[in-house]
Design a protein around this ligand. Structure first.
Ligand SMILES: [Zn+2]
Ligand SMILES: [Zn+2]
Length: 323
């Protein structure tokens, strides 16, 4: 199994579960203490039917659970499970990226405040073993070692999800300043995620993507156009005067690696079957098997959902997750 297939099994599977713009936004709302239907509707302006489907999807995938409330007991509140709460570092990594790269005009991305040290914090991807910040060049990702029972060849190694083919919804211009909307539309899309992951290792040509990902050419063209449009990929002809292009990540694209490392970590923990090999990435600086975490820029502690609050951003429009 090559690296691309390994990404496919972990990150690909994770994106099957959360790979949809509204699912991401509903999850984000849950971290902002939305529990009742009305809370999400107020935060996201989401329609009742879309919200109801996404909440049920999150319950079916065990990221959330529901509790009856009210006199009839027919209404429910929704709560994050441990599996759902564990997505927090991924969400924080996405917040960090969005905060760094969002168009400042009209951006309403809020500040994060770490209550443990009582400071505004900038989350940093760090190694849980040595505590150092992790640069992408410091990570050695090797193909997984085959396990004794041939698990490495088990294509269903990660729990198979009922992957619904979702239509890609392009962000509208008026969404540009909205936290998570571009992120959720670009990166919650399974194919876009896999294209970015594949390009981390080295620049890729159209045929490389087709071969490694088994992606249909029309879908690939669409996603490459979108990622280039967002400034995440750069393209250049790979022979002088040739019409064919090769793609590499821009600085903005490379800076997404904490998002993928945290998603990979989550999938490795929650979606991998016991029979399949564990992640095989190492932190080169300390030599230990990689256990990435998002930690506080000020005190160095790992950031936990219970100890972090979103403070209103400069543009003053409230919540970090929805806006
Ligand atoms: Zn380390
Ligand atoms: Zn702190």
């Amino acid at each position: 199994m090559g690296q691309a297939q390994w990404w496919e099994l972990t990150v690909g599977s994770a994106l099957n579960v959360i790979g949809d713009k509204w699912t991401c936004l509903v999850l984000g709302g849950a971290f902002q203490r939305c529990q009742r239907f009305e809370d999400w509707q107020r935060l996201l302006g989401i329609s009742r039917s879309i919200l109801s489907k996404r909440l049920q999807w999150l319950v079916d995938n065990e990221l959330m659970y529901k509790r009856p409330y009210g006199p009839s007991g027919r209404r429910h509140t929704y709560h994050l499970s441990r599996k759902g709460l564990d997505l927090y570092p991924w969400l924080i990594a996405a917040w960090r990226w969005e905060r760094r790269w969002a168009d400042p005009r009209g951006s309403t991305v809020a500040q994060l405040h770490h209550q443990t040290c009582n400071q505004p914090t900038q989350p940093i991807l760090s190694c849980a073993f040595c505590g150092e910040a992790i640069q992408f060049a410091d990570i050695d990702i090797r193909p997984p070692e085959p396990s004794g029972d041939g698990g490495a060849n088990d294509e269903g190694a990660i729990a198979e999800q009922d992957y619904r083919r979702r239509k890609l919804v392009r962000p509208r211009a008026q969404d540009s300043g909205h936290w998570a909307r571009v992120f959720a539309t670009v990166l919650a899309d399974r194919w876009s995620g896999l294209i970015v992951m594949t390009t981390f290792a080295e620049e890729q040509r159209f045929d490389d993507y087709c071969r490694q990902l088994g992606i249909a050419t029309n879908i690939l063209t669409d996603r490459l156009d979108m990622l280039t449009e967002f400034g995440i990929l750069h393209s250049e002809p790979y022979q002088q005067g040739a019409a064919r292009l090769q793609y590499r990540l821009s600085e903005k694209g490379e800076d997404m690696y904490p998002i993928f490392m945290m998603l990979h970590e989550w999938a490795d923990h929650w979606l991998r079957k016991p029979s399949s090999p564990p992640g095989n990435a190492f932190h080169l600086s300390c030599g230990h098997r990689l256990r990435p975490q998002m930690s506080c820029s000020e005190c160095g502690d790992a950031l936990d959902a219970r100890d972090v609050s979103f403070v209103q951003g400069p543009a003053g429009s409230g919540s970090a997750i929805a806006e």
